[in-house]
Ligand binder design. Structure first.
Ligand code: 4AD
Ligand code: MG
Length: 431
Protein backbone atom coordinates (compact mmCIF):
# COMPACT_ATOMS: atom_id res chain seq x y z
CA UNK A 1 0.00 0.00 0.00
CA UNK A 2 1.28 3.48 -0.92
CA UNK A 3 1.30 5.95 1.99
CA UNK A 4 0.83 9.45 0.62
CA UNK A 5 0.19 13.00 1.78
CA UNK A 6 -2.76 14.91 0.34
CA UNK A 7 -0.39 17.16 -1.63
CA UNK A 8 1.04 14.04 -3.31
CA UNK A 9 -2.33 12.63 -4.41
CA UNK A 10 -2.15 14.03 -7.99
CA UNK A 11 0.72 11.55 -8.58
CA UNK A 12 -1.53 8.58 -7.76
CA UNK A 13 -4.65 8.97 -9.92
CA UNK A 14 -6.64 5.69 -10.03
CA UNK A 15 -4.29 4.14 -7.44
CA UNK A 16 -5.18 3.09 -3.93
CA UNK A 17 -3.35 5.04 -1.20
CA UNK A 18 -3.35 5.40 2.58
CA UNK A 19 -3.46 8.92 4.04
CA UNK A 20 -3.10 10.04 7.66
CA UNK A 21 -5.58 12.87 8.20
CA UNK A 22 -7.90 14.84 10.45
CA UNK A 23 -11.61 15.35 9.82
CA UNK A 24 -12.00 19.06 9.10
CA UNK A 25 -15.70 18.76 8.36
CA UNK A 26 -18.33 16.18 7.42
CA UNK A 27 -21.64 15.82 5.58
CA UNK A 28 -23.63 12.65 5.22
CA UNK A 29 -26.95 11.26 4.07
CA UNK A 30 -28.35 7.74 4.20
CA UNK A 31 -26.30 6.54 1.25
CA UNK A 32 -23.21 8.69 1.02
CA UNK A 33 -20.81 10.54 3.32
CA UNK A 34 -18.39 13.32 2.48
CA UNK A 35 -15.37 13.86 4.73
CA UNK A 36 -13.29 17.03 4.40
CA UNK A 37 -9.84 15.62 5.14
CA UNK A 38 -6.78 17.67 6.02
CA UNK A 39 -3.27 16.50 6.76
CA UNK A 40 -1.26 19.74 6.84
CA UNK A 41 -0.08 19.32 3.26
CA UNK A 42 -3.55 20.10 1.96
CA UNK A 43 -7.29 19.50 1.99
CA UNK A 44 -9.20 16.83 0.05
CA UNK A 45 -12.72 15.49 0.03
CA UNK A 46 -13.16 11.81 0.88
CA UNK A 47 -16.30 10.19 -0.52
CA UNK A 48 -17.77 7.08 1.13
CA UNK A 49 -20.54 5.31 -0.74
CA UNK A 50 -22.55 3.05 1.60
CA UNK A 51 -23.11 0.32 -0.97
CA UNK A 52 -19.36 0.11 -1.80
CA UNK A 53 -17.87 -0.31 1.68
CA UNK A 54 -18.27 -2.56 4.71
CA UNK A 55 -21.16 -1.50 6.96
CA UNK A 56 -18.85 -0.52 9.88
CA UNK A 57 -16.76 1.71 7.63
CA UNK A 58 -19.87 3.66 6.61
CA UNK A 59 -20.99 3.86 10.24
CA UNK A 60 -17.55 5.23 11.25
CA UNK A 61 -17.80 7.87 8.54
CA UNK A 62 -21.31 8.86 9.70
CA UNK A 63 -20.45 9.12 13.38
CA UNK A 64 -16.92 10.53 13.22
CA UNK A 65 -16.40 13.88 14.95
CA UNK A 66 -14.64 17.04 13.79
CA UNK A 67 -10.82 16.91 14.23
CA UNK A 68 -10.72 13.17 14.95
CA UNK A 69 -7.61 11.61 13.46
CA UNK A 70 -7.72 8.71 11.02
CA UNK A 71 -5.91 6.65 8.49
CA UNK A 72 -8.02 6.67 5.35
CA UNK A 73 -7.57 4.25 2.48
CA UNK A 74 -9.02 5.09 -0.89
CA UNK A 75 -8.62 5.49 -4.62
CA UNK A 76 -7.49 8.86 -5.98
CA UNK A 77 -9.85 10.33 -8.56
CA UNK A 78 -9.79 13.45 -10.67
CA UNK A 79 -12.52 15.86 -9.64
CA UNK A 80 -12.91 18.90 -11.87
CA UNK A 81 -15.39 20.58 -9.49
CA UNK A 82 -13.05 20.97 -6.53
CA UNK A 83 -10.36 23.67 -6.43
CA UNK A 84 -7.78 20.98 -5.56
CA UNK A 85 -8.85 18.92 -8.61
CA UNK A 86 -8.87 15.50 -6.89
CA UNK A 87 -10.90 13.48 -4.44
CA UNK A 88 -10.50 10.23 -2.58
CA UNK A 89 -13.01 7.40 -3.07
CA UNK A 90 -12.71 5.92 0.41
CA UNK A 91 -12.60 2.15 0.95
CA UNK A 92 -11.56 2.02 4.60
CA UNK A 93 -11.22 4.28 7.67
CA UNK A 94 -9.09 3.42 10.71
CA UNK A 95 -9.91 5.68 13.62
CA UNK A 96 -6.74 6.78 15.45
CA UNK A 97 -8.19 9.19 18.03
CA UNK A 98 -11.64 10.59 18.64
CA UNK A 99 -11.81 14.33 19.20
CA UNK A 100 -14.63 15.51 21.46
CA UNK A 101 -16.26 18.96 21.40
CA UNK A 102 -13.71 20.69 19.18
CA UNK A 103 -14.25 24.35 20.06
CA UNK A 104 -13.94 25.85 16.57
CA UNK A 105 -17.03 24.62 14.78
CA UNK A 106 -17.92 25.53 11.18
CA UNK A 107 -20.12 28.40 12.45
CA UNK A 108 -18.81 31.98 12.82
CA UNK A 109 -16.71 32.80 15.88
CA UNK A 110 -15.58 36.12 17.32
CA UNK A 111 -11.99 37.28 16.99
CA UNK A 112 -11.12 37.10 20.71
CA UNK A 113 -12.42 33.54 20.89
CA UNK A 114 -10.37 32.57 17.86
CA UNK A 115 -7.29 34.30 19.28
CA UNK A 116 -7.70 32.42 22.58
CA UNK A 117 -7.77 29.25 20.50
CA UNK A 118 -4.95 30.24 18.18
CA UNK A 119 -3.25 26.85 18.78
CA UNK A 120 -6.29 25.21 17.16
CA UNK A 121 -7.36 28.02 14.84
CA UNK A 122 -4.14 27.42 12.88
CA UNK A 123 -5.75 24.21 11.56
CA UNK A 124 -8.49 26.05 9.68
CA UNK A 125 -8.32 26.28 5.92
CA UNK A 126 -7.86 30.03 5.84
CA UNK A 127 -5.12 30.11 8.48
CA UNK A 128 -3.43 27.19 6.76
CA UNK A 129 -3.43 29.17 3.51
CA UNK A 130 -1.93 32.26 5.18
CA UNK A 131 0.87 30.18 6.76
CA UNK A 132 1.64 28.55 3.41
CA UNK A 133 1.95 31.97 1.76
CA UNK A 134 4.15 33.15 4.63
CA UNK A 135 6.37 30.14 4.05
CA UNK A 136 6.56 30.87 0.32
CA UNK A 137 7.59 34.48 1.02
CA UNK A 138 10.37 33.21 3.30
CA UNK A 139 11.45 30.62 0.74
CA UNK A 140 11.51 33.18 -2.08
CA UNK A 141 13.42 35.60 0.17
CA UNK A 142 16.25 33.12 0.73
CA UNK A 143 16.23 32.25 -2.97
CA UNK A 144 16.38 35.88 -4.07
CA UNK A 145 19.23 36.87 -1.77
CA UNK A 146 21.21 33.68 -2.32
CA UNK A 147 20.93 34.08 -6.09
CA UNK A 148 22.07 37.69 -5.87
CA UNK A 149 25.27 37.11 -3.95
CA UNK A 150 24.09 37.89 -0.41
CA UNK A 151 25.30 35.98 2.65
CA UNK A 152 22.85 35.24 5.47
CA UNK A 153 24.15 36.62 8.76
CA UNK A 154 22.37 36.25 12.10
CA UNK A 155 22.56 39.31 14.36
CA UNK A 156 22.08 38.85 18.13
CA UNK A 157 18.69 39.14 19.79
CA UNK A 158 20.04 40.23 23.17
CA UNK A 159 21.66 43.61 22.63
CA UNK A 160 22.98 46.66 24.42
CA UNK A 161 22.01 49.21 21.74
CA UNK A 162 18.87 50.69 20.24
CA UNK A 163 18.98 51.48 16.52
CA UNK A 164 15.42 52.77 16.18
CA UNK A 165 15.19 55.05 19.21
CA UNK A 166 15.00 54.30 22.89
CA UNK A 167 11.27 54.61 23.54
CA UNK A 168 10.12 51.21 22.27
CA UNK A 169 12.63 48.89 23.90
CA UNK A 170 11.98 45.68 25.76
CA UNK A 171 14.40 45.94 28.63
CA UNK A 172 15.74 42.88 30.37
CA UNK A 173 18.64 42.00 32.61
CA UNK A 174 21.75 40.42 31.14
CA UNK A 175 23.06 39.16 34.45
CA UNK A 176 24.20 42.42 36.04
CA UNK A 177 23.98 44.51 32.86
CA UNK A 178 21.00 46.19 31.24
CA UNK A 179 20.03 44.63 27.92
CA UNK A 180 17.28 44.89 25.34
CA UNK A 181 15.57 42.55 22.95
CA UNK A 182 16.64 43.53 19.46
CA UNK A 183 14.38 46.04 17.71
CA UNK A 184 16.47 45.73 14.52
CA UNK A 185 19.64 43.87 13.62
CA UNK A 186 20.78 46.70 11.38
CA UNK A 187 23.80 47.98 13.30
CA UNK A 188 25.26 44.48 13.44
CA UNK A 189 24.40 43.94 9.78
CA UNK A 190 26.47 47.03 8.93
CA UNK A 191 29.46 45.38 10.62
CA UNK A 192 28.68 42.17 8.70
CA UNK A 193 28.50 44.06 5.38
CA UNK A 194 32.03 45.36 5.98
CA UNK A 195 33.14 41.73 6.36
CA UNK A 196 31.01 39.98 3.73
CA UNK A 197 29.89 42.70 1.28
CA UNK A 198 26.21 41.91 0.75
CA UNK A 199 24.41 40.35 3.70
CA UNK A 200 20.86 39.72 4.86
CA UNK A 201 19.29 38.67 8.11
CA UNK A 202 15.94 37.12 8.90
CA UNK A 203 14.86 37.00 12.49
CA UNK A 204 12.51 38.13 15.23
CA UNK A 205 12.51 41.75 16.39
CA UNK A 206 10.70 43.35 19.30
CA UNK A 207 8.99 46.68 19.78
CA UNK A 208 7.46 47.61 23.12
CA UNK A 209 5.05 49.90 21.32
CA UNK A 210 1.72 50.62 22.91
CA UNK A 211 0.14 50.55 19.45
CA UNK A 212 -3.02 48.60 18.91
CA UNK A 213 -3.52 48.78 15.16
CA UNK A 214 -3.96 46.20 12.44
CA UNK A 215 -0.32 46.76 11.42
CA UNK A 216 1.46 46.46 14.76
CA UNK A 217 2.88 43.42 16.47
CA UNK A 218 5.07 43.44 19.56
CA UNK A 219 7.19 40.63 18.14
CA UNK A 220 7.61 40.53 14.39
CA UNK A 221 10.04 39.08 11.86
CA UNK A 222 12.25 41.28 9.75
CA UNK A 223 14.42 40.72 6.70
CA UNK A 224 17.36 43.13 6.83
CA UNK A 225 19.74 43.31 3.88
CA UNK A 226 22.82 45.53 4.13
CA UNK A 227 25.21 46.29 1.26
CA UNK A 228 28.71 47.79 1.18
CA UNK A 229 29.46 50.23 -1.68
CA UNK A 230 25.73 50.57 -2.40
CA UNK A 231 24.24 54.05 -2.48
CA UNK A 232 20.73 55.41 -2.06
CA UNK A 233 19.35 54.78 -5.54
CA UNK A 234 20.90 51.31 -5.91
CA UNK A 235 19.32 50.37 -2.60
CA UNK A 236 15.84 51.18 -3.96
CA UNK A 237 16.49 49.03 -7.03
CA UNK A 238 17.29 46.01 -4.87
CA UNK A 239 14.10 46.60 -2.87
CA UNK A 240 11.78 46.80 -5.86
CA UNK A 241 13.36 43.73 -7.44
CA UNK A 242 13.14 41.77 -4.20
CA UNK A 243 9.50 42.68 -3.49
CA UNK A 244 8.47 41.92 -7.10
CA UNK A 245 10.28 38.59 -6.93
CA UNK A 246 8.46 37.61 -3.76
CA UNK A 247 5.02 38.57 -5.12
CA UNK A 248 5.60 36.75 -8.42
CA UNK A 249 6.82 33.65 -6.54
CA UNK A 250 3.65 33.59 -4.43
CA UNK A 251 1.51 33.98 -7.56
CA UNK A 252 3.33 31.06 -9.16
CA UNK A 253 3.50 28.68 -6.20
CA UNK A 254 0.44 29.49 -4.06
CA UNK A 255 -2.46 29.57 -6.52
CA UNK A 256 -4.60 27.28 -4.38
CA UNK A 257 -3.97 29.29 -1.22
CA UNK A 258 -4.68 32.64 -2.88
CA UNK A 259 -7.88 31.12 -4.20
CA UNK A 260 -8.86 29.88 -0.71
CA UNK A 261 -8.24 33.40 0.60
CA UNK A 262 -10.30 34.97 -2.17
CA UNK A 263 -7.36 37.22 -3.08
CA UNK A 264 -7.77 39.40 -6.17
CA UNK A 265 -4.67 38.18 -8.02
CA UNK A 266 -5.01 40.73 -10.82
CA UNK A 267 -3.80 43.32 -8.29
CA UNK A 268 -0.73 41.19 -7.47
CA UNK A 269 0.06 40.53 -11.13
CA UNK A 270 0.82 44.24 -11.55
CA UNK A 271 3.58 44.16 -8.94
CA UNK A 272 6.69 44.35 -11.11
CA UNK A 273 9.77 46.59 -10.86
CA UNK A 274 10.25 49.53 -11.13
CA UNK A 275 8.05 51.08 -8.42
CA UNK A 276 6.94 54.74 -8.38
CA UNK A 277 8.77 57.26 -6.16
CA UNK A 278 7.55 60.41 -4.51
CA UNK A 279 9.58 62.72 -2.31
CA UNK A 280 8.40 63.57 1.20
CA UNK A 281 8.01 67.22 0.06
CA UNK A 282 5.75 66.22 -2.82
CA UNK A 283 3.84 63.83 -0.59
CA UNK A 284 3.08 66.73 1.79
CA UNK A 285 1.85 68.90 -1.10
CA UNK A 286 -0.21 66.00 -2.41
CA UNK A 287 -1.84 65.51 1.02
CA UNK A 288 -2.64 69.21 1.27
CA UNK A 289 -4.32 69.04 -2.16
CA UNK A 290 -6.33 66.06 -0.90
CA UNK A 291 -7.56 68.12 2.03
CA UNK A 292 -5.35 66.77 4.83
CA UNK A 293 -4.91 70.06 6.69
CA UNK A 294 -3.66 68.34 9.85
CA UNK A 295 -0.20 67.56 8.47
CA UNK A 296 2.75 69.94 8.17
CA UNK A 297 6.27 69.61 6.82
CA UNK A 298 8.26 67.86 9.54
CA UNK A 299 5.44 65.59 10.74
CA UNK A 300 5.57 61.85 10.34
CA UNK A 301 2.80 60.24 8.31
CA UNK A 302 -0.01 58.37 9.98
CA UNK A 303 -1.75 55.48 8.33
CA UNK A 304 -4.54 57.63 6.75
CA UNK A 305 -1.80 59.70 5.05
CA UNK A 306 0.06 56.61 3.83
CA UNK A 307 -3.16 55.09 2.54
CA UNK A 308 -4.11 58.28 0.68
CA UNK A 309 -0.70 58.37 -1.04
CA UNK A 310 -0.71 54.64 -1.84
CA UNK A 311 -4.19 54.88 -3.38
CA UNK A 312 -2.85 56.90 -6.32
CA UNK A 313 -0.70 53.95 -7.41
CA UNK A 314 -1.35 50.30 -8.18
CA UNK A 315 2.18 49.31 -7.12
CA UNK A 316 4.03 49.88 -3.87
CA UNK A 317 5.36 53.45 -3.74
CA UNK A 318 8.63 54.75 -2.29
CA UNK A 319 8.35 57.91 -0.21
CA UNK A 320 11.87 59.34 -0.18
CA UNK A 321 13.88 62.08 1.55
CA UNK A 322 12.10 62.43 4.90
CA UNK A 323 13.06 65.24 7.27
CA UNK A 324 16.25 64.41 9.17
CA UNK A 325 14.64 65.22 12.51
CA UNK A 326 12.00 62.45 12.31
CA UNK A 327 14.37 59.67 11.27
CA UNK A 328 16.99 57.63 13.20
CA UNK A 329 20.50 58.92 13.91
CA UNK A 330 22.32 56.73 11.39
CA UNK A 331 20.74 58.03 8.15
CA UNK A 332 22.91 59.84 5.59
CA UNK A 333 21.83 63.44 4.97
CA UNK A 334 21.12 64.48 1.39
CA UNK A 335 24.39 66.19 0.28
CA UNK A 336 22.32 68.91 -1.38
CA UNK A 337 19.99 69.48 1.56
CA UNK A 338 20.91 68.92 5.18
CA UNK A 339 17.32 68.90 6.39
CA UNK A 340 16.37 65.66 4.63
CA UNK A 341 17.96 62.20 4.62
CA UNK A 342 18.67 59.65 1.88
CA UNK A 343 15.97 57.29 3.03
CA UNK A 344 12.83 55.71 1.67
CA UNK A 345 9.82 53.96 3.12
CA UNK A 346 8.02 51.56 0.81
CA UNK A 347 4.25 51.82 1.16
CA UNK A 348 2.20 48.82 0.03
CA UNK A 349 -0.98 49.28 -2.01
CA UNK A 350 -4.53 48.69 -0.74
CA UNK A 351 -3.99 50.33 2.64
CA UNK A 352 -1.40 47.91 4.05
CA UNK A 353 1.00 50.69 4.95
CA UNK A 354 4.78 50.76 5.28
CA UNK A 355 6.38 47.40 4.53
CA UNK A 356 10.00 48.60 4.19
CA UNK A 357 12.10 51.22 5.93
CA UNK A 358 15.57 51.76 4.50
CA UNK A 359 18.33 54.28 3.89
CA UNK A 360 21.90 55.04 3.02
CA UNK A 361 23.92 55.08 6.27
CA UNK A 362 26.29 57.78 7.46
CA UNK A 363 29.83 56.65 6.69
CA UNK A 364 31.65 59.81 7.80
CA UNK A 365 33.02 59.38 11.32
CA UNK A 366 32.73 63.01 12.39
CA UNK A 367 29.16 63.34 11.24
CA UNK A 368 28.15 60.09 12.91
CA UNK A 369 29.78 61.18 16.16
CA UNK A 370 27.82 64.41 15.98
CA UNK A 371 24.56 62.53 15.44
CA UNK A 372 25.22 60.15 18.35
CA UNK A 373 25.69 63.21 20.53
CA UNK A 374 22.57 64.99 19.21
CA UNK A 375 20.48 61.89 19.86
CA UNK A 376 21.97 61.63 23.35
CA UNK A 377 23.20 58.11 22.78
CA UNK A 378 25.98 56.69 24.91
CA UNK A 379 29.18 56.72 22.78
CA UNK A 380 30.53 53.80 24.85
CA UNK A 381 27.60 51.59 23.82
CA UNK A 382 28.07 52.54 20.18
CA UNK A 383 31.88 52.39 20.25
CA UNK A 384 32.06 49.32 18.04
CA UNK A 385 29.53 50.79 15.60
CA UNK A 386 31.52 54.02 15.35
CA UNK A 387 34.71 52.05 14.78
CA UNK A 388 33.24 50.70 11.53
CA UNK A 389 33.84 54.27 10.24
CA UNK A 390 37.45 54.21 11.37
CA UNK A 391 38.81 51.36 9.30
CA UNK A 392 38.06 51.78 5.58
CA UNK A 393 34.64 53.38 5.85
CA UNK A 394 32.55 53.07 2.67
CA UNK A 395 29.14 54.24 1.48
CA UNK A 396 26.62 51.56 2.36
CA UNK A 397 22.88 51.11 2.46
CA UNK A 398 20.26 48.68 3.60
CA UNK A 399 16.66 48.19 4.52
CA UNK A 400 14.27 46.22 6.69
CA UNK A 401 11.15 44.49 5.37
CA UNK A 402 8.49 43.57 7.91
CA UNK A 403 7.43 40.02 7.11
CA UNK A 404 3.97 40.12 8.67
CA UNK A 405 2.86 43.33 6.97
CA UNK A 406 4.06 41.85 3.69
CA UNK A 407 2.13 38.63 4.33
CA UNK A 408 -0.99 40.67 5.19
CA UNK A 409 -0.74 42.62 1.95
CA UNK A 410 -0.05 39.63 -0.32
CA UNK A 411 -2.73 37.41 1.25
CA UNK A 412 -5.20 40.29 1.57
CA UNK A 413 -5.92 39.56 5.26
CA UNK A 414 -7.07 42.56 7.22
CA UNK A 415 -4.93 42.28 10.36
CA UNK A 416 -1.33 41.22 11.01
CA UNK A 417 -2.47 38.98 13.88
CA UNK A 418 -3.40 36.34 11.27
CA UNK A 419 -0.01 36.46 9.54
CA UNK A 420 2.20 35.01 12.30
CA UNK A 421 1.60 31.63 13.98
CA UNK A 422 1.41 32.97 17.55
CA UNK A 423 0.97 36.76 17.51
CA UNK A 424 2.30 38.86 20.37
CA UNK A 425 0.00 41.84 20.70
CA UNK A 426 -0.69 44.51 23.26
CA UNK A 427 -2.44 42.54 26.02
CA UNK A 428 -1.88 39.14 24.44
CA UNK A 429 0.77 36.62 25.39
CA UNK A 430 -1.55 33.57 25.28
CA UNK A 431 -1.33 31.04 23.74
O1 4AD B 1 11.04 51.15 9.68
P1 4AD B 1 11.68 50.25 10.68
O2 4AD B 1 11.56 50.61 12.11
O3 4AD B 1 13.21 50.15 10.24
C1 4AD B 1 14.22 49.55 10.91
O4 4AD B 1 14.12 48.90 11.93
C2 4AD B 1 15.54 49.64 10.19
N1 4AD B 1 16.61 49.49 11.16
C3 4AD B 1 15.59 48.59 9.13
C4 4AD B 1 16.88 48.59 8.34
O5 4AD B 1 17.14 49.56 7.63
N2 4AD B 1 17.67 47.55 8.43
O6 4AD B 1 11.12 48.78 10.50
C5 4AD B 1 11.22 48.15 9.25
C6 4AD B 1 9.92 47.47 8.90
C7 4AD B 1 8.73 48.40 8.74
O7 4AD B 1 8.71 48.97 7.45
C8 4AD B 1 7.57 47.46 8.95
O8 4AD B 1 7.30 46.69 7.79
C9 4AD B 1 8.11 46.52 10.00
O9 4AD B 1 9.51 46.58 9.94
N3 4AD B 1 7.66 46.90 11.34
C10 4AD B 1 6.66 46.27 12.00
N4 4AD B 1 5.87 45.24 11.67
C11 4AD B 1 4.95 44.82 12.56
N5 4AD B 1 4.78 45.38 13.78
C12 4AD B 1 5.56 46.43 14.17
N6 4AD B 1 5.41 46.95 15.39
C13 4AD B 1 6.55 46.92 13.26
N7 4AD B 1 7.47 47.91 13.31
C14 4AD B 1 8.13 47.87 12.14
MG1 MG C 1 9.80 52.75 9.51
Amino acid sequence: MIKATIAELPKYVDKEVKVGAWIANKRSSGKIAFLQLRDGSGFVQGVIVKSDVAEEVFQTAKSITQESSVYVTGTVQKDERSPFGYELLVTNIELIHTSTDYPITPKEHGTEFLMDNRHLWLRSKRQHAVMKVRNEIIRATYEFFNENGFVKVDPPILTGSAPEGTTELFATKYFEEDAYLSQSGQLYMEAAAMALGKVFSFGPTFRAEKSKTRRHLIEFWMIEPEMAFVEFDENLKVQEQYVSYVVQSVLKNCQLELNTLGRDVSKLEKITAPFPRISYDDAISFLHEKGFDDIEWGDDFGSPHETAIAESFDKPVFITHYPTKIKPFYMQPDPEREDVVLCADLIAPEGYGEIIGGSERIHDMDLLNKRVEEHQLDPETYKWYLELREYGSVPHSGFGLGLERTVAWITGVEHVRETIPFPRLLNRLYP
